[in-house]
Design a protein around this ligand. Structure first.
Ligand code: IPE
Ligand code: IPE
Ligand code: MG
Length: 238
């Protein structure tokens, strides 16, 4: 169940788990006649600000989409640029250790560069006892790919068909042990999931906006959270 948090004089329900599709970096840069790299740099700053803000207001889980299994289709130079931004983020441990943020990566790490894998592992280890926000970074993440991995693991573990339940499948996903996202935010004017958390978001609420990710700030998040409070979640009931 979502937790009740004070907002001024009124009680409001905060989502336990927010998932964000950080989209629109390229269009933000194009509008300013800048290279796409400038858009990713600006998007990275927004990401740090929003993670810090979620931590401050007591959000328990935040999952951000940083790089999808489909994003390998982009020019190699852009891929390198995104990976370098991630390297910089992980090297500056103030970004998470200094913030008491617990960092976890979800996605298939296999094709990533070795030095990034080491940095990812170190960041997870360094922040494992953090008691603040649990921040998942979805990197080389795809919802269908995640389900394929889960099915392979289930078969390898010799689990019998009659033992398969929804819970068992959830327990074999990258987000095992975490609550499902209850609120999915996608800026940039696109109205699709792009293969994000497709199993976990079965009953999530959605919030779309035309704002490009680098322009997104805590005020937009506050507006989204206010809108979330107006939603009537029935889960199939009446
Ligand atoms: C999101 O911004 C960042 C990643 C997908 C890595 P985009 O790069 O997709 O920006 P647009 O959609 O081209 O504007
Ligand atoms: C989704 O954005 C992936 C990330 C934000 C990392 P895309 O820009 O890749 O999605 P599409 O291509 O518009 O579906
Ligand atoms: Mg995009």
């Amino acid at each position: 169940m979502p937790s009740l948090k004070k907002n001024g004089n009124s009680e409001r329900v905060l989502p336990k788990h927010i998932a964000i599709i950080m989209d629109g970096n390229g269009r933000w840069a194009k509008k300013r006649h800048l290279p796409r790299t400038a858009g990713h740099a600006a998007g990275s700053k927004t990401f740090k600000d929003i993670a810090r803000y979620c931590n401050k207001i007591g959000i328990e889980y935040l999952t951000v989409y940083a790089f999808s299994t489909e994003n390998w289709k982009r020019p190699q130079q852009e891929i390198n640029n995104i990976m370098n931004i991630l390297r910089d983020y992980l090297k500056d441990t103030e970004n998470f250790k200094g913030e008491n943020i617990k960092l976890e990566f979800i996605g298939d790490r296999t094709p990533l560069d070795d030095d990034i894998k080491v940095l990812m592992q170190k960041a997870e280890k360094d922040s494992e006892n953090a008691t603040g926000l649990h921040l998942n970074i979805a990197l080389n993440y795809g919802g269908r790919d995640e389900i394929v991995h889960a099915v392979k693991d289930i078969i390898n573990e010799g689990i019998k068909p009659e033992e398969i339940t929804e819970q068992l499948i959830s327990d074999h996903l990258y987000t095992s042990g975490q609550p499902d996202p209850d609120f999915i935010i996608r800026p940039s004017g696109e109205y699709r999931l792009s293969n994000y958390l497709i199993w976990q978001s079965a009953y999530a609420e959605y919030w779309f906006s035309d704002i490009l990710w680098p322009d997104f700030n805590y005020k937009h998040l506050e507006k989204a959270l206010d809108d979330f409070n107006k939603r009537n979640r029935r889960y199939g009931g009446i």
